[in-house]
Design a binder for this molecule. Structure first.
Ligand code: C2E
Ligand code: CA
Ligand code: CA
Length: 574
C-alpha cells in the first residue's frame, strides 16, 4: 500500500490515538511518557471504562494497549467482546502481560502482538506499536477497496481475483458461476425510495452469502441490482433462489420482489472468469420477463449465438469496406384509390457474407444496435440509398421517395442532422425524397431528446414514419403531439388478425387511432389478396408486403418499377 494511498484514506494528519487500558497508575505513567512524543494517549483504568471509550470513539482510536489483569474484568473478556462485535473487530490490540502462558489464548481471541512486563526499552515499545498500527491501517484500506460499501460484499474486481485464486488452489474442483438479478429493480426504487431498495439489496447479499459461504462460495455485487456467486458445483439452485427471494421480501411490507437466476454449471475453466459469468448472464437473460420461470441454465446453443455474434462483429469492418452490405428495396402501395398506386419504397439492409451467405438483418441489426456499430452501417445504407434515389431521378426521370430505417442510437448522435442534410445536398435531392422510419420504442425511451431531434428533422422537410407501431407504449395523448406523418403497424397485428380466429377488432382499432391523430396508416407484411382487401375495407391507406413484392436488389427493383410504369391503368389488379 503506498503512503499516498494511506494519506488519502486517513481523514487528517493528526496524531494517532492510542487507548491504554491499565489499572496500575505507575504503569500508565510509564507508558504515557513513552508514547507521548509520537501519539495522543487515552488512559482507562478499568475494563468497563475502556469498553465505553471504544464504543464512543472507535472511529478515531488506532490501537489498544491492554493489561490482562483489571479490577472489574479479565482482559480476555475484553478481547472476546471486541471480536464478537463487527464494529469493533478491526481495532488492533496489543496485550501487555508478564504471563507468557496467556499468549496463545490471546492470539486466538484476536490480539495482534505482545509487550512483555516488565516493559522493554522505549524504542522496542514504539517500534511494535508503529508496526501494528501500520499493518492494521493497510488492512483497513484493503478491506475498504475490496468491498462494496452498501452490502459489505466483495466488489467485482476483487471477486474475480479471488475466484481465480480459488481455481488455482482447487484445480480439479467443479465450480459454478451464478448470477442473481432483481427483476425491475428500478421500479422498486422509484416506488418505495432508494433507502428501501438498498435494504432489499442488503438482505439479498446477506442471505446469498450465508447460503454459499459454508461450502467455500464467494459472492459479490457486480452492478446495482446484480449479484455474482462463484461456488463449488451444487444442484440446489432452485432452493437458493427461493430462500434468497423470501428473505428479500422479509420486511413485512408484503411487496413482491422477484429475482431470477442464471447458472453456468461446471464451468469450463479454460475460459476467462469474466466469460464464465457472461454465460451465467446469458442464462439469466433468457428467463428475463418470464413469469413462469425464474431460473435459467446455460446451454451450448446460447454460446453458438454468442459465437456467431462475435464473428459478425469481427467481420463488420471488412464487410463495410468491401461493400458486402447491400440495399434491397421494397415498394409500398397506396390502396385508397380504385387501383393501388406506387407510394414509396423502403430501403432494407442485406449482408452478403462471403462464408455465411445472406445474413438476415433480424440477426445483425439488433446486435449492432447493442454495440454501437449500427451508426456506421446505417450511414452506409443511407448513402447508398441517397445515391440510388439520385440515379432513379436522373436516368429514369422517376421520383419515388424512399424510406430508410433510423435507429434509436442514430437519433442520439448530435451530428445526425448534418449527416442527413449533407446526403440530401450532395445528391441533389429534396428532403421529401427521403423518408425516415423511427421505431415507436425510440420515442418512449429517451423521449424528450429524441422527440426534439425528430421534430427538427421534420421541420427541415423530412417525412417521418413511426415504425413497428403498437410495440411501444405511446398513449393516444402523446401520439397526437409527436412529430410524425404516418404510423406503420407492427407486422404482428396483421399476423394475429388474420390467423386462426380472425379477430380483426384490434387491427381495426389501431387503424382508427391513426385516423384520429390524422396521419397515414401503413400496414407491412401483407402477403395475400384477402389481407389487402380486408385492410382496405378497414380504412388502411398504404400497404407493403410480399403481396406486391419482396424486397429486391436495386437492379431488379428498377425493372419492377419500369414494369409498373408500363402497366395500363386498371391492369394492376392482383
Ligand atoms: P422493419 O423495418 O419492420 O422491416 C420490415 C421487415 O419485414 C423486413 O425484414 C422485410 O423484409 C419484411 N417483410 C416485408 N414484407 C413481408 C411479408 O409480406 N411477409 C413477411 N413475413 N415479412 C415481410 P428484414 O428486411 O429482414 O428486416 C428486419 C428488420 O431489420 C427491419 O424491420 C428493420 O427493423 C431492421 N432493418 C433492416 N434494414 C435496416 C437498416 O438499414 N437500418 C436499421 N437500423 N434497421 C434495419
Ligand atoms: Ca422499417
Ligand atoms: Ca416494421
Amino acid at each position: 500500500m503506498t503512503t499516498q494511498m494511506q494519506e488519502l484514506f486517513r481523514p487528517s494528519a493528526e496524531r494517532r490515538r492510542i487507548l491504554i487500558v491499565e489499572d496500575e497508575p505507575v504503569n500508565r505513567r510509564i507508558l504515557t511518557r513513552c508514547l507521548e512524543g509520537s501519539y495522543a494517549v487515552i488512559p482507562a483504568a478499568a475494563g468497563g471504562e475502556a469498553l465505553e471509550i471504544v464504543r464512543d470513539q472507535i472511529e478515531t482510536i488506532s490501537l489498544m494497549l491492554l493489561d490482562l489483569h483489571l479490577p472489574d474484568m479479565h482482559g480476555l473478556e475484553i478481547l472476546q467482546r471486541l471480536k464478537a462485535d463487527p464494529r469493533y473487530a478491526r481495532l488492533p490490540v496489543i496485550v501487555m502481560t508478564a504471563d507468557s502462558q496467556a499468549e496463545v489464548e490471546c492470539l486466538n481471541l484476536g490480539a495482534i502482538d505482545f509487550i512483555p512486563k516488565p516493559y522493554p526499552r522505549q524504542e522496542v515499545i514504539l517500534a511494535r506499536i508503529r508496526r501494528t498500527v501500520e499493518l492494521s491501517e493497510d488492512r483497513d484500506i484493503l478491506r475498504w477497496t475490496e468491498r462494496d460499501q452498501l452490502t459489505g460484499l466483495y466488489n467485482k474486481d476483487f471477486f474475480y481475483r479471488y475466484a481465480v485464486m480459488l481455481d488455482d488452489y482447487h484445480k480439479d474442483l467443479a465450480t459454478d458461476a451464478l448470477v442473481l438479478d432483481v427483476n425491475r429493480f428500478h421500479t422498486l426504487n422509484d416506488r418505495f425510495g432508494k433507502a428501501y431498495g438498498d435494504k432489499v439489496l442488503q438482505r439479498i447479499a446477506e442471505k446469498a452469502l450465508e447460503l454459499v459461504r459454508s461450502s467455500g462460495g464467494i459472492v459479490c455485487r457486480s452492478e446495482a441490482d446484480k449479484f455474482f456467486i462463484y461456488c463449488p458445483h451444487r444442484t440446489d439452485y432452485a432452493d437458493i433462489l427461493e430462500k434468497v427471494s423470501v428473505s428479500a421480501e422479509e420486511d413485512g411490507s408484503g411487496n413482491r420482489i422477484r429475482l431470477r437466476m442464471g447458472v453456468y454449471a461446471e464451468a469450463d475453466k479454460s475460459l476467462d472468469i469474466e466469460r464464465r459469468f457472461d454465460r451465467a448472464k446469458m442464462a439469466s437473460d433468457a428467463v428475463r420477463g418470464s413469469a413462469a420461470n425464474a431460473f435459467g441454465l446455460y446451454d451450448r446453443s446460447m454460446s453458438e449465438a454468442e459465437l456467431l455474434a462475435e464473428q459478425l462483429i469481427e467481420d463488420f469492418p471488412a464487410a463495410l469496406r468491401e461493400g458486402q452490405f447491400r440495399v434491397y428495396y421494397q415498394p409500398k402501395f397506396d390502396i385508397r384509390g380504385d387501383v393501388p398506386a406506387l407510394y414509396s419504397a423502403e430501403a432494407l439492409a442485406r449482408w452478403a457474407h462471403p462464408r455465411m451467405g445472406m445474413v438476415s438483418p433480424g440477426v445483425f441489426i439488433p446486435l449492432f444496435e447493442r454495440n454501437g456499430l449500427i451508426q456506421a452501417l446505417d450511414y452506409h445504407i443511407w448513402s447508398e440509398t441517397a445515391a440510388q434515389i439520385r440515379r432513379w431521378k436522373e436516368a429514369q426521370g422517376l421520383r419515388l421517395p424512399v424510406s430508410v430505417n433510423v435507429s434509436r442510437i442514430d437519433l442520439l448522435d448530435p451530428l445526425l442532422k448534418d449527416k442527413l442534410c449533407a446526403l440530401v445536398a450532395d445528391n441533389g435531392l429534396d428532403y421529401a425524397d427521403m423518408i425516415l422510419e423511427v421505431t415507436e420504442s425510440a420515442y418512449t425511451e429517451e423521449a424528450a431528446q429524441i422527440t426534439e431531434t425528430v421534430k427538427e428533422l421534420r421541420s427541415l422537410g423530412f417525412r417521418i414514419e413511426m415504425d413497428d407501431f403498437g410495440t411501444g407504449y405511446s398513449s393516444l395523448n402523446t401520439l397526437s403531439t409527436l412529430p410524425i406523418d404516418a404510423l406503420k403497424l407492427d407486422m404482428q397485428f396483421i399476423r394475429s388478425a388474420f390467423a386462426g380466429r380472425r379477430d380483426t377488432r384490434l387491427l381495426q382499432a389501431i387503424i382508427r387511432l391513426a385516423e384520429a391523430v390524422e396521419v397515414a396508416c401503413i400496414a407491412e407484411g401483407v402477403e395475400t389478396k384477402e389481407q389487402a382487401e380486408a385492410l382496405k375495407a378497414m380504412g388502411c391507406d398504404v400497404i407493403q408486403g410480399y403481396y406486391f413484392s419482396p424486397p429486391l436488389p436495386a437492379a431488379e427493383f428498377t425493372r419492377f418499377l419500369s414494369e409498373e410504369k408500363r402497366k395500363p391503368e386498371g391492369a394492376r389488379e392482383r
